[in-house]
Write a protein that binds this ligand. Sequence first.
Ligand code: ADE
Ligand code: ZN
Length: 341
Amino acid sequence: MTDRTVLSKLLRALPKAELHLHIEGTLEPELIFQLAQRNGIALSYPSVEALRAAYAFTDLQSFLDVYYAGASVLIHAQDFEDMAYAYFERAAADGIVHAELFFDPQTHTERGVAMVTVIEGLTRAGARAQQELGISSALILCFLRHLSEDAAFETLEQALPYRQHFIGVGLDSSERGHPPEKFARVFARCRELGLHLVAHAGEEGPPAYIETALDLLKVERIDHGVRCTDSPALVQRLAREQIPLTVCPLSNVKLCVFPQMSEHNLPALLAAGLKVTLNSDDPAYFGGYLLRNYEACFEAFPQWGRAEAIQLARNSLEASFAAPEQKAGWLQHLEAVAAGA
Ligand code: ADE
Ligand code: ZN
C-alpha cells in the first residue's frame, strides 16, 4: 500500500466526532425531490440535476438562499427523521462515533411547522442511530441571526417544553451585520438554563465577532473562526485558552472564504497550537461528508501526515460535549487505532 492509501485508511478508522453539522444541510437533492412529491410541494427546479447545478455559490448569502428553499419540503416529523437518519448512516460509514447536530427551528416554525414536529423527528432519528448504528448524538438549537433577539427568545420559549432533547444553543445564518452582541440577553438566559453555548463567528465576519462571541455570549466553542488569523493577538488567545474551532474546509472553499483548499489557513491554525476540529457544515451542498473533508485537507496539505490525522480526530472527541466517561472510551479506542491495534 502507498503512504497515501495507508493514511486514507487511518482517516476512516480513527474514531471521530462531528461538531458542526446543520442537519438541514444534509438534505440531498434526491431527498428534496422525494419529500416535495410526498408532501405535494412545488419546487422551482425541474429536476435533481437542475437543483444540483444551482449549487454554485459566491458567498454565504448565496448559499443560504438555496438552503432555506431546500428546507421548505420538511413538513412532518417523519421527514425530519428520514433526513437525519440518512445523515447518521453516512456518518457511521465515515467512522463518526458522536455527532452534535445543529437544527434551525425558525426555518420551520416560520412556515407553520410546529417545534414539537421538528424535535420529535430528529430525536427519533437519534435514538434509532444509537440503537442500529451505535452512533451517539445530541441536538443543538440554533437561532437565526438575521432575525431579531425577540424572535430568538420566542423560539427558546417554544423549545423549553422539550429541554431534555437538546443540549445547547448556537447562532447561525447571515453573519455580517449581525454581530454576536445582538443576542447577548438570550444567550445569558440560555446559560442560566444550563445549556451549552456555541456560535458561528469569523466565517465571513471579522475577528471582533469571535471576541464578542467569547466575551459577551460566553460560548464554549467557535464555529468556523477561520478569520481569527486577521488578528495575531486573538490567535494567541485562542491558543492559550484552547478554545475549540469547528472548521469546515469544503464549506470554506465552496463559499469562497478561501479560493482553493491549498490556500486554506488550516495548516497555520494547527501550527499555532489552536484546538482545531474538522467538520462538514452542510455536506449535501458543499461536496462531501466528514471523511471527504479530512481527505480533501490531506490531499491539499502534503506536509500533513499521521500525526495531524490523529491530532484532529483527538481534538474532535475532546471538544465534544459528551460525558467524560464516554470521551475516555473513545479516546482509548483512538489510541489503539493510532498504535495500529
Ligand atoms: N447555516 C447553515 N450553514 C451555515 C453556515 N456555514 N454559516 C452560517 N449559517 C449557516
Ligand atoms: Zn455552519
